[in-house]
Design a protein around this ligand. Structure first.
Ligand code: GLN
Length: 453
C-alpha cells in the first residue's frame, strides 16, 4: 500500500530520491514467512520506514542531496540502518534533503525541492523535508531524520508530524554523512509521539563505532509515551523563544498548549535564557567551521564527482579538485565552506570559532539553570508556518531564522521533540510545539508530548 501511494504521489511531492520497492518487498515477505513460522519478532517487524539520504545504505545509492555524490553506492550500512534491518523494518527508500543537510526548506537539494503535502506550493521544512513530507502524506508510517540545528523538528512542525532529536550521542552517527559532528544527531519522524518512541528505541543505544556514543541504555521513551497525567511536572516557558518574531497563529497555538498542559496537571513556570540571542551567531560560526573541515573529504580522488577542468590539457590534482568541488557543490554549501575556512584560519580562529565556543558554553549554562527550575522547557518549534517555495532562497538570513528556536538544543547537546499543535488561524497550516529536556532525559519530552496528544 505504501509503495502504491509513493508511486502515485511522489512525482508531485518529490519526498523520495530513491524507492527500493524490490528490497522493501523482499524484507516484508521474509518477515511474513518468519512470523508464519512462529518466530518471535520485533514489534516493528514488517513496518516500513523511509531513511533520509544522509545515512549510508549498503548497495543503495546515497547522495546527501548533493550532486557530488550522485550515483555513489556506499559499501556499508550506517549503524542505524543495520538496526532497522535487524528489527525487520522494510526500507522503502531514501528521502530528499537540503544538500549535506544545510537548509530549512529542502530547496537546497540538488534534486529539486520536496513539496509540503498540506499545500504543494509550500516548503516541507528542512533539511529533512523529504522524511517529514513522506510521513505527513502517508507515504511511510515512520522515517529517519538528522538534526544539526533543527532539521528533524522544524520539518515536523511545518508538516504536522512528530520529530525527535535525541540527546547528543544517544543515537549512533556511524555511517551518517557528517555535517557538523559536534551538533549532528539522528532521530525518528512519525505521526504520533508513541510511534516516534518505538522507532527511537530501535535506533538508539550505544555503538562502539561512534566515539561520541553514550554508554548508557536508551532512555525509557516508549514507557514515557503512555503518560497522560502531568501532575507534579514543572514546565518552563522560555521567555526568549516566544512573542516577538513569532507568527500570530503560531503564538496562539502555543498559548493554548500552555493551558492544555496546565489542565493536565503541569505546573507552568517562566524561565529566562539570556544568551539564546547569541545562539544563531554562534551556530553559524561553529557549523560552517566543522562543515568546511568535514567536507574537505570530497576531493574527487576517492569518491564523488570528478570533472575537468575543461580548459586545461593535463590538469594537476589540485585543479581537478577545484573544478570538481565547483561543479559538485551548490551555492549554500560553498557559502558555508567559505565562512568556515575563514573562521578557522590562523589569526581569526580565536576571534570567531573560539569566541563562538565560549558562547556555546554560556548557552549550555543557561539550559542548566533553566532545568533547575523546570523539568522540561517548551517553545514554538518554528517562528512561522510553512512558507512558499522560492520565498527565502535569495535571502540566507531569512532562511537561517527558521531555526531560531531549535538551534540552542544542538549547541547544548540536549534532546528536543516537536509535536503537532493544531493549525494557524490565518493560513490553516500546521504549527509545532517544541519540548526540550536535559541531556539523557529524553523520556521527559516524550511524556509531555504524549500527554498533549
Ligand atoms: N537549517 C539548519 C541549517 O541550515 C539546520 C540544519 C540541520 O539541522 N541539518 O544549518
Amino acid at each position: 500500500a505504501h509503495l502504491d501511494r509513493i508511486a502515485r504521489l511522489n512525482p508531485t511531492l518529490n519526498a523520495f530520491l530513491l524507492v527500493d520497492a524490490e528490497g522493501a518487498l523482499a524484507t516484508a515477505r521474509d518477515i511474513d514467512a518468519r512470523r508464519a513460522a512462529g518466530e518471535q519478532l520485533h514489534r516493528l517487524a514488517g513496518v516500513p520506514v523511509a531513511v533520509k539520504d544522509i545515512a549510508c545504505t549498503e548497495g543503495l545509492p546515497t547522495t546527501a542531496g548533493s550532486r557530488t555524490l550522485q550515483g555513489w553506492v556506499p559499501p556499508y550500512d550506517a549503524t542505524i540502518v543495520t538496526r532497522l534491518r535487524e528489527a525487520g523494518l522494510p526500507i522503502l527508500g531514501k528521502t530528499n534533503m537540503d544538500e549535506f543537510a544545510m537548509g530549512s526548506s529542502t530547496e537546497h537539494s540538488a534534486y529539486g525541492p520536496t513539496r509540503n503535502p498540506w499545500d504543494t506550493d509550500r516548503i516541507p521544512g528542512g533539511s529533512g523535508g523529504g522524511s517529514s513530507a513522506a510521513v505527513a502524506a502517508f507515504l511511510a508510517p515512520l522515517a529517519i531524520g538528522s538534526d544539526t540545528g533543527g532539521s528533524i523538528r522544524q520539518p515536523a512542525a511545518v508538516t504536522g508530524t512528530v520529530g525527535a532529536k535525541p540527546t547528543y550521542g544517544g543515537v549512533s552517527r556511524y555511517g551518517i554523512i557528517a555535517l557538523a559532528s559536534s551538533l549532528d544527531q539522528i532521530g525518528p519522524c512519525a505521526r504520533t509521539v508513541e510511534d516516534a518512541a518505538l522507532l527511537h528505541e530501535v535506533i538508539g543505544g550505544h555503538d562502539p563505532m561512534d566515539s561520541t556514543s553514550i554508554e548508557a541504555p536508551v532512555p525509557a521513551v516508549l514507557e514515557a509515551s503512555a503518560t497522560r497525567d502531568l501532575a507534579g511536572t514543572r514546565v518552563g516557558i522560555v521567555t526568549e523563544l516566544t512573542g516577538e518574531g513569532y507568527q500570530a497563529g503560531v503564538q496562539a497555538r502555543f498559548d493554548e498548549a500552555v493551558e492544555l498542559l496546565r489542565a493536565r496537571g503541569a505546573e507552568i513556570v517562566e524561565v529566562s535564557c539570556p544568551h539564546f540571542r547569541y545562539a544563531m551567531a554562534a551556530y553559524y560560526l561553529i557549523l560552517p567551521s566543522e562543515a568546511s573541515s568535514n567536507l574537505a573529504r570530497y576531493d574527487a580522488m576517492r569518491y564523488g564527482l570528478r570533472v575537468g577542468p575543461d580548459d586545461v590539457a593535463s590538469p594537476s590534482a589540485e585543479q581537478v579538485m577545484a573544478a570538481s568541488r565547483d561543479a559538485g557543490f551548490g551555492d549554500e554549501v560553498k557559502r558555508r565552506i567559505i565562512l568556515g575556512t575563514y573562521a578557522l584560519s590562523s589569526g581569526y580562529y580565536d576571534a570567531y570559532y573560539g569566541q563562538a565556543q565560549k558562547v556555546r558554553t554560556l548557552i549550555a549554562r543557561d539550559f542548566e539553570a533553566a532545568f533547575e527550575q523546570a523539568d522540561v522547557l517548551i517553545s514554538p518549534t518554528a517562528p512561522t508556518t510553512a512558507f512558499k517555495i522560492g520565498d527565502k532562497t535569495e535571502d540566507p538570513m531569512a532562511m537561517y531564522l527558521n531555526d531560531i528556536a531549535t538551534i540552542p538544543a544542538n549547541l547544548a547537546g540536549i534532546p528536543g521533540l516537536s509535536l503537532p499543535s493544531g493549525v494557524a488561524d490565518e493560513d490553516g497550516l500546521p504549527v509545532g510545539l517544541q519540548v526540550l529536556a536535559p541531556a539523557t532525559q529524553d523520556q521527559r519530552m516524550y511524556a509531555v508530548g504524549a500527554a498533549l496528544e
